[in-house]
Design a protein around this ligand. Structure first.
Ligand SMILES: [Zn+2]
Length: 61
């Protein structure tokens, strides 16, 4: 047997930060924010793949 402890850590898919797996309600994400970002990316990509942010800076006057 080796004494290498199993790392209960996982990399957050959103920010690539190492976060603990245990007692993490947002796993595999590090935080609710990253989870939301990821979900948002999925939802966003499903309907606006070719629709970039439209330039609407002409109505400033
Ligand atoms: Zn994160």
């Amino acid at each position: 047997m080796n004494n290498k402890k199993k790392k209960l850590k996982v990399k957050c898919p959103t920010c690539k930060k190492e976060t603990k797996w245990k007692d993490n309600p947002h796993r595999p994400f590090c935080s609710e924010r990253c989870r939301t970002i990821d979900l948002g990316a999925w939802a966003d990509g499903s309907y606006s793949l070719e629709a970039e942010t439209p330039p609407d800076f002409e109505e400033t006057e």
